[in-house]
Design a protein around this ligand. Structure first.
Ligand code: NAP
Length: 518
């Protein structure tokens, strides 16, 4: 039986590719679900339509009016939420709570930006500071403004967040008045396409404001023009290719990159086994390893503990992981579903094998049988905790600081003292997030500031926020997402800060009455 070929939305209309398409699969059952194809699309014409029609219509609205569009889009998504959960189960192999991280995270982020619009001016630009006189008699001055970029925003996204990955970028772009073209990762493009389809078909956005191209990325960057922006989430290797593209090198297309990251968790020296902070660390590490089968760019990959706490931590985390039932997400007893596809399954196995050449296996989840899933077909893999036995081994081993295994895998790393631990954390060469666990507020604050230059976010967990913190790997729209160096050097979210990427700062010089009239 031939599966449905999903349409692309470009140039204000739905268009099917002219090729046979690339199939998307259920990673647990192995069945083909739908196909995607972008062959034959006139990308240049489609991009021009987005800029001219979508961009002009969005920019004619004020920030507050655009906030109302976001609220209307969030309502459409909310009404179709059940369908998104079904697609997630089928195409991403995720259990319900993991589908929620993506789907509900998307709707929450969109809703947050809809509300944020109320705090913005009811106008067409964002003021940037006060006017400053440039003439002795005050008759000539300069005033800075932030105006929406004149082009479109192209998003090239990763497979692990087909819902959230779209809306965490589209919400600030549309609120800024910038039309969006999204190219989802092929493996999970279905959910992104469906969400765009629901919002477009509901007619809540102007024509050209939101487009989707599913399938090959060929030609997308060639269709970019100097006033466009490009936001990429994915591997460091693809990011390097994009940075070298003439659109970026010749046209100065502004680029934001969210790439891979070997994130850390750090148990502070005061958090001995038996303390509340120790228990919080254990719980968070096990959760980070298993949520979305470890396929989160923010997941903990390296977990640092005082050498004296290493054995107790290994045992406590292992006990939690042993309770993780892995298999078919449709079975109620299953807590962790599958990896996204066979290619990722193979890549995770390869990465694990690589790390095992230097690290010991402290907990081997791969040994447990799968529930309701055929191991020959399902891309499921149990959680594995690795470890290096001594601080000297941690210092002498490069692989654990360099290899990101994008699955339910983390490595426990003992340290001699806090100074030595910080040096090892830094070997991640810039990460999205680090988390700290302890009870000494002053020491936590000092350590957070010291780690800040290396991370986009430092997540500090102490008993005071034991039940209220939002989670190491959970990206909140109010907080910055991104990280320096290896993590791509990008910045997303952070409340109104996200709008900066979709605006250009300009200085307007003139007589005071002209500047006052803006
Ligand atoms: P990927 O292979 O780099 O793919 C990412 C996106 O780029 C996909 O849409 C892909 O399309 C597209 N692409 C591939 N080659 C391209 C090219 N030559 N030109 C233009 N686009 C191209 O990454 P992935 O394996 O999907 O994602 C996993 C990685 O993403 C992990 O390393 C993870 O750490 C990182 N990640 C980072 C964040 C973050 O926020 N920092 C979030 C999630 C994931 P196709 O799918 O059609 O190939």
């Amino acid at each position: 039986m031939t599966t449905e070929l999903l349409s692309n939305h470009l140039g204000g209309r739905w268009q099917a590719g002219t090729g046979t398409g690339t199939a998307l699969f259920d990673p647990v059952l192995g069945t083909e679900l739908v196909r995607v194809d972008a062959t034959g699309l006139d990308l240049k014409a489609g991009f021009a339509f987005a800029r001219q029609q979508g961009g002009a219509a969005l920019r004619a609205l004020t920030y507050r009016q655009r906030g109302e569009l976001l609220a209307a889009a969030a309502k459409v998504l909310q009404a179709n939420r059940d369908a998104y959960y079904e697609i997630s189960t089928a195409n991403s192999g995720t259990v319900k709570s993991d589908s929620g991280v993506d789907v509900d995270g998307a709707i929450y982020t969109l809703g947050t930006y809809a509300k944020l619009a109320a705090s913005l001016p009811d106008g067409h630009f964002l003021p940037d500071g006060e006017a400053q006189s440039l003439a002795k008699d005050g008759s000539f001055a300069t005033r800075h403004v932030q105006v929406p970029v004149g082009g479109l925003a192209l998003f090239i996204n990763a497979f692990n967040f087909p819902a959230w990955g779209l809306w965490e970028k589209a919400a600030p772009a549309l609120l800024s008045g910038v039309p969006v073209v999204i190219k989802p990762a092929t493996a999970t493009a279905w959910l992104t396409q469906r969400m765009v389809k629901d919002v477009v078909d509901a007619g809540v956005l102007p024509a050209g404001a939101l487009s989707v191209v599913c399938g090959s990325s060929a030609g997308l960057l060639d269709a970019l023009e100097p006033l466009d922006v490009l936001s990429f989430t994915g591997s460091a290797d693809t990011a390097a290719l994009l940075r070298a593209h003439p659109a970026v090198t010749r046209h100065s297309v502004r680029v934001n990159i969210e790439a891979d990251s070997v994130n850390s968790a750090l148990l502070m020296p005061d958090a001995a086994p038996g303390t509340e902070a120790f228990d919080l660390f254990v719980k968070e590490l096990a959760r980070e390893m298993t949520q979305k089968s470890g396929q989160k760019c923010t997941a903990i990959r390296r977990a640092f503990v005082p050498a004296s706490a290493y054995a107790a931590a290994a045992e406590a985390v292992g006990q939690r992981l042993a309770r993780t039932v892995v298999g078919n997400p449709r079975n109620e007893s299953v807590r962790m579903g599958s990896l996204v596809n066979r290619a990722q399954f193979d890549t995770v196995r390869e990465g694990l094998a690589q790390l095992k050449t230097v690290a010991q296996v402290l907990h081997d989840g791969a040994a447990a049988p799968l529930v309701d899933a055929d191991p020959a077909v399902a891309c499921c893999i149990g959680p594995t905790l690795l470890g290096l036995p001594t601080p000297d081994a941690v210092a002498a081993t490069a692989l654990v600081h360099e290899v990101e295994v994008f699955g339910p895998v983390a490595t426990l790393l003992p340290y001699a003292d806090l100074h030595q631990a910080m040096g090892q954390v830094a070997r991640g060469q810039g990460s999205l997030v680090a988390s700290l666990y302890g009870a000494d507020a002053a020491a936590l604050g000092r350590t957070a500031l010291a780690l800040a230059p290396l991370h986009g976010r430092v997540h500090v967990i102490s008993p005071a926020c034991a039940t209220t913190h939002t989670g190491h790997g959970n990206v909140m729209p109010q907080s910055l997402h991104g990280g320096p160096g290896r993590a791509g050097g990008g910045e997303e979210l952070g409340g109104a800060r996200a709008l900066n990427f979709y605006h250009r700062r300009a200085a307007i010089q003139g007589a005071p009455d002209v500047l006052a009239s803006l």
